[in-house]
Design a protein around this ligand. Structure first.
Ligand code: SAH
Ligand code: SF4
Ligand code: F3S
Length: 446
């Protein structure tokens, strides 16, 4: 039999990117499937979806409509829909797209090989969007290095239930992955040459694993200490952390672990206490500011990025202005900002929305302008400085080598020699808002 060819399309967050890479690894090892970038060659099509904002269902059916034609021409094609829209909509997807074969959730994708086997045998659709207790990690084959920097999921789901957010409903309750598994995965990657790891979770800093053997709890700070001892891992990043769980212990660990990068993504969402309370974010602006200020005492040059939602129901011009001021007061570096989008079954979707779309767009535009000015300021300060970057590869955009600074900026540079996988010193010779251009100076020894 010819090899199966797998095509995966991914929408959404880094967790979804991570899940897609695991889906590929599992199908590759269990079905001897080959990954293809060309949909025309594929006979297994997977769509890994996101429902955090916008019209997720519409986008899904639009995409499936295109795949329907492929299936009409070749009925052997298997179509699977996974991710957060799959959990949210479940069987309803079949009402509008009865040619879909498999509907699976973020916690059940490890069962795909059996599901594909069953589809071929019984020719009947399958739905599995349950939340089994952290079963999936046991099914992951040994992670193969794909990049010098590698993502690792450490915690799944979310228990915070912010009033606007769909994630706890689509990814389920928080479950921390055993720390031994995490360490093993990272050690394996480091043996293969990975130098930087990026820990993933909806709230990495609420990580809390109880080890039954030694009857001890392992929180995020303890996990970071253990990871930092893996010699060949030189940099540690994480997203996303929640202000409520950003403990003093975690702040202080920045003193002890230089491998923790000088960059934290800490979503604040709004600069108004009233809106934060309506969002059920569980912190005030004063508490959020204290975290940033304490972090800056430990790491004076730390760069902070954040997420913002504008146009949350009840947000007045004054509330919005508080968000703008916060960006300047706390001297934030980067930000991701979104117009509030009512999500099915969330408490916020029941609050009367009193802000019209034009006004929401105006606020978004203004907020993004503020953030851009900040990012630009920090990028231009880097001009003529020497920065350490970890060289990750050659860019498909401009054919130049690129690497990242600790503060998450891409630096492009020209070089005769291949430095991929190495830390190097570069002098920044040109600065744009989100990227920099550099000149190779020397290898960096760490
Ligand atoms: N767990 C993370 C982020 C999860 S989703 C945290 O709590 O910080 C990523 C971002 O999407 C959020 O930070 C928020 O800014 C945005 N977001 C989530 N739900 C949204 C909604 N209903 N409308 C608009 N933006 C939303
Ligand atoms: Fe959503 Fe809030 Fe959980 Fe983040 S903390 S995933 S915004 S519910
Ligand atoms: Fe989207 Fe689900 Fe991630 S809703 S942002 S794919 S957790």
């Amino acid at each position: 039999m010819l090899n199966d060819k797998l095509y995966i399309k991914t929408w959404g967050c880094q967790m979804n990117e991570y899940d897609s890479s695991k889906i590929a690894d599992i199908l590759e090892s269990k079905l001897n499937c080959k990954i293809t970038k060309s949909i025309k060659n594929a006979n297994i099509l997977i769509l890994n979806t996101c429902s955090v904002r916008e019209k997720a269902q519409e986008k899904l059916f639009h995409q499936l409509g295109r795949w329907k034609i492929l299936k009409k021409n070749n009925p052997e094609i298997i179509i699977g829909v996974g991710g957060c829209v799959a959990t949210q909509e479940g069987k309803k997807i079949l009402n509008r797209a009865n040619y879909v074969d498999i509907i699976f959730g973020p916690q059940t994708f490890h069962r795909l090989p059996q599901m594909i086997y069953k589809i071929r045998k019984f020719k009947k659709y399958l739905i599995d969007i349950s939340f089994p207790k952290i079963e999936k990690f046991k099914f992951f084959p040994i992670t193969k290095k794909k990049n010098i920097s590698s993502f690792i999921s450490i915690i799944e789901g979310c228990n915070k239930y912010c009033t606007y957010c769909i994630v706890p409903h689509t990814r389920g309750k928080e479950i921390s992955r055993p720390y031994q598994d995490i360490l093993l995965e990272i050690k394996n990657l480091s043996i293969q040459g990975v130098k930087e790891i990026h820990l993933l979770g909806q709230n990495v800093n609420s990580y809390n694993y109880f080890d039954n053997k030694n009857k001890k709890y392992y929180n995020f700070t303890k996990l970071l200490i253990l990871i930092s001892k893996i010699e060949n891992i030189k940099r540690i990043r994480f997203t996303t952390s929640h202000p409520k769980d950003f403990s003093d212990d975690l702040i202080n660990i920045y003193k002890k672990i230089p491998k923790l990068v000088n960059y934290v993504h800490l979503p604040v969402q709004s600069g108004s206490d009233k809106i934060l309370s309506l969002m059920k974010r569980r912190y005030t602006i004063s508490e959020y500011s204290k975290i940033i200020n304490k972090l800056r005492i430990v790491r004076p040059n730390i760069h902070i990025s954040s997420d913002f939602i504008v146009g949350f129901p009840g947000e007045t011009e004054k509330d919005f202005k508080n968000t703008l001021s916060l960006i300047l007061d706390l001297d934030l570096d980067m930000g991701f900002s979104f117009i509030y989008s009512p999500r099915p079954k969330t408490p916020a979707s029941k609050i009367k929305d009193n802000i019209n779309i034009l006004e929401k767009k105006r606020r978004l535009y203004l907020l993004q302008y503020y953030i851009k000015q900040q990012t630009k300021k920090f990028s231009s300060r880097m001009l003529n400085t020497i920065q350490i970057i970890l060289v990750e590869g050659v860019s498909t955009q401009n054919n130049k080598y690129f690497g990242k600074t600790e503060n998450n900026r891409i630096v492009f540079f020209i070089s005769e020699k291949n430095y991929i996988g190495k830390f190097i010193n570069v002098k920044i010779i040109d600065s744009y808002i989100y990227s920099l251009y550099g000149k190779f100076i020397s290898l960096y020894k760490n």
